[in-house]
Design a protein around this ligand. Structure first.
Ligand code: ADP
Ligand code: ZN
Ligand code: MG
Length: 477
């Protein structure tokens, strides 16, 4: 059988919420403290304790609902999801089941089925070579993470490739970061992503049998895992064999997938309503507080940069997804003189970003938006050439200062006399008569030694375009 197959992918994402305290108790969230030092009778599940829902986690949940255009349940409730495993001292996880806080939303071109609130489990550490439970010598448990607030997001199966999944996950990450609800760090586990993958004949509207991939803790691993699973399922289907519904474990060392367990069903968990918690019923005031807390989000900013500044796709996205650079770019547009286009300013901002690093804040660099705008203007007006401009930027990054003074001190001003440059071009043509003849005969590549001569004579201050123009003019072409 050799039909063309189409991958279908849906994601389940756990977002650790950046609250001060845990989901149902007042323990502070833990960031690598000594194991089992951030616990209390509630998050250890001791008998006789009562959980209380963290209002800030609900607030973050409402912000996410609004950012993703979800419907908000007037009264969502918590359930107990029962299972026996040492990462849960109570024997159940408090989660939401049939009435989640948010449903039917969207981010970009992916529909969001639901978002619900729950508590994180504790962290098990399997001691042994592979770090996996089956071949470890012993396992220890750290309850610090137990009870951390999570928002679990479930998408519809709207993604069609690993690359699309990665790009969407990146949009999700920058959006959550901008909302300020999470650290969204995959390596540290504050953003975790499981991928559901199936294949089907292209053009079919039915869904194939899916598998669920776990343990991919970076964007690269998500791509690798999904691609490996698409390849595995494709081979099975092409060979006429069935795909078995199961949960697969991604091994970051080998890039391989192995079967973790057969798929569990909801009834295995014996969900029942949590009797110790009141429903979450957002008031008008809570909704209003969430609404006003939402800043401009990356997708909207990207669109605005295209609309208001005519920035191209990649540049608009870069500045929108890294808002500290977007803010800085907008500051340069305030400072710049009329003749300097936003695209040119954006280009200089990306030059600055390359020098200081994407994770730095340009507002804290030694380069002020005003200085960058002045620099962009000098290059636009051809008062210095582009490579001199980059040299000025290097100096600005290292020590700050006044652009005009740097240009002066480093002798970077473009040749202001056309006659002087014309004279040097004339000398260059005489010194490279062979090359000049070739250029005259239509061999543009022969221009190299002529331009090289001019640049040497002018110490790089000549404008390359102007040199080319003068060469052609003097050769009569
Ligand atoms: P389950 O009952 O196994 O939990 P759900 O229907 O709740 O399955 O879906 C869980 C996740 O799997 C969602 O992200 C959904 O988009 C995705 N999904 C469901 N069916 C498929 C499929 N056939 N192929 C790929 N992803 C799927
Ligand atoms: Zn606690
Ligand atoms: Mg499900």
């Amino acid at each position: 059988m050799n039909v063309e197959l189409e991958p279908v992918i849906g994601l389940e994402i756990h977002v650790q919420l950046k609250t001060r305290t845990k989901m149902f108790c007042s323990c502070a969230l833990s960031f690598g403290e000594e194991p089992n030092t951030r616990t209390c009778p509630i998050c250890l599940g001791l008998p006789g304790t009562l959980p209380v829902t963290n209002a800030q986690a609900v607030h973050f949940g409402l912000m996410m609902a609004m950012a993703f255009d979800c419907e908000i349940a007037p009264k969502s409730i918590f359930h107990r999801k029962n299972y026996f495993y040492p990462d849960l001292a109570k024997g159940y996880q408090i989660s939401q089941y049939d009435i989640p806080l948010c449903s039917n939303g969207r981010l970009g071109d992916v529909r969001i089925h639901r978002i619900h609130l729950e508590e994180d489990a504790a962290k098990l550490v399997h001691e042994g070579a592979s770090g996996r439970i089956h071949d470890s010598d012993s396992s220890v448990v750290d309850y610090n993470r137990g009870g951390t607030p999570l928002a679990e997001m479930v998408t519809e199966p709207d993604l069609r490739s690993a690359e699309q999944a990665r790009d969407w996950l990146n949009l999700l990450r920058v959006t959550l970061r901008q909302l300020g609800v999470s650290d969204v760090n995959m390596e540290e586990g504050s953003l975790r992503c499981d991928a559901n993958v199936s294949v089907r004949p292209r053009g079919s509207s039915e869904l194939g049998t899916k598998t669920e991939l776990k343990n991919m803790n970076s964007f690269r691993f998500v791509m690798q895992g999904i691609n490996a699973e698409i390849a595995r399922q494709t081979a099975l289907v092409q060979a006429g064999e069935p795909v078995v519904q199961e949960t697969l474990h991604f091994d970051p060392v080998t890039g391989r997938l192995s079967s973790l367990r057969s798929k569990e069903e909801a009834h295995d968990y014996r969900y029942f309503p949590e009797p110790d918690l009141v429903p979450v019923a957002p008031t008008e005031a809570m909704l209003e507080r969430a609404r006003t807390a939402i800043p401009e989000l990356p997708a909207a900013r990207e669109e605005r940069y295209g609309r208001d500044f005519s920035l191209g796709g990649d540049t608009a996205r870069l500045l929108a997804y890294e808002p500290q650079f977007g803010d800085y770019f907008e500051a340069t547009t305030q400072e710049a003189t009329a003749g300097v286009s936003p695209a040119v300013l954006a280009n200089w901002v990306t030059e600055l970003r390359t020098r200081i690093g994407a994770s730095s804040d340009p507002a804290e660099s030694k380069v002020t938006p005003d200085a960058l705008a002045v620099l962009a203007a000098l290059v636009t007006e051809r008062r210095i050439n582009a490579s001199a401009g980059r040299q000025v930027l290097d100096t600005l990054v290292a020590e700050g200062g006044d652009v005009a003074a740097i240009v002066e001190r480093e002798g970077l001003a473009a040749m202001d006399s056309d006659e002087e440059l014309a004279g040097i071009v004339k000398a260059a043509l005489e010194a490279n008569a062979d090359a000049a003849a070739k250029v005259r005969d239509g061999n543009a590549k022969a221009m190299g030694p002529i331009v090289g001569y001019v640049m040497r004579e002018t110490k790089g201050r000549a404008d390359g375009g102007e040199v080319g123009r003068l060469v052609r003019e003097q050769l009569g072409i």
